[in-house]
Every structure is written in structure tokens, then in C-alpha cells.
Design a protein around this ligand. Structure first.
Ligand SMILES: [Zn+2]
Length: 98
């Protein structure tokens, strides 16, 4: 796998989300809270239908559309959003990233 994993800290490097546009496949996580005791995290895959500044309208395969902020999604091919949610992301390379 991946050149997304940081050799220094073992966390995952943030994918470049600035290039995400209409028609791109993305992955994101939604958190629902069915009750005050439980929290459910689910990972979704979808296709970007519309871009409005930093808000993406994403059509999910199994139906439904979601609006997500650009920084909350990951492009297809990058580690899933759930991976970041679980492992956190690397900040080591921030200053070297082009
Ligand atoms: Zn790192």
C-alpha cells in the first residue's frame, strides 16, 4: 500500500483534496447518533455531483446525496476517511508538501 503512510510517525498523510472536482470518486465518513449512548460511524463512497466552494454534493451509490466539506472527504485511492478517523493524520510533512 501506500505512500500515504508516514515513515516517521506511522500515521497517514492527508490526501490533496484541493483538486477534487465534479465526477471524482470520494470517500467520507458520517457520524450518526441514534441515541445519547451510542455513536455510529459509517464510511461512504460516492461521486461528486456539484462543487460549491468548499462544499461538495456527493451522490452515494446506494442512493442519497450528502453535502460534505472538502476537507472532510478523501479522494478514491487514498486511505479511507475511516482510516484517518481511527488512526489520525500525520502532520510531519506539512511544511514540505508542495
Ligand atoms: Zn508523520
Amino acid at each position: 500500500m501506500s505512500n500515504y503512510q508516514c515513515e516517521a510517525c506511522g500515521k497517514y498523510k492527508k490526501a490533496d483534496v484541493s483538486k477534487i472536482g465534479v465526477g471524482d470518486k470520494v470517500n467520507f465518513v458520517i457520524t450518526t447518533q441514534p441515541s445519547s449512548q451510542t455513536m455510529r460511524i459509517s464510511s461512504k463512497d460516492g461521486e461528486v455531483m456539484e462543487v460549491d466552494g468548499d462544499v461538495l454534493t456527493i451522490k452515494v451509490k446506494r442512493g442519497g446525496t450528502y453535502k460534505q466539506r472538502r476537507q472532510d472527504v478523501t479522494p478514491e485511492g487514498a486511505p479511507g476517511a475511516l482510516t484517518y478517523a481511527m488512526f489520525g493524520h500525520c502532520n510531519c510533512g506539512e511544511e514540505t508538501k508542495a
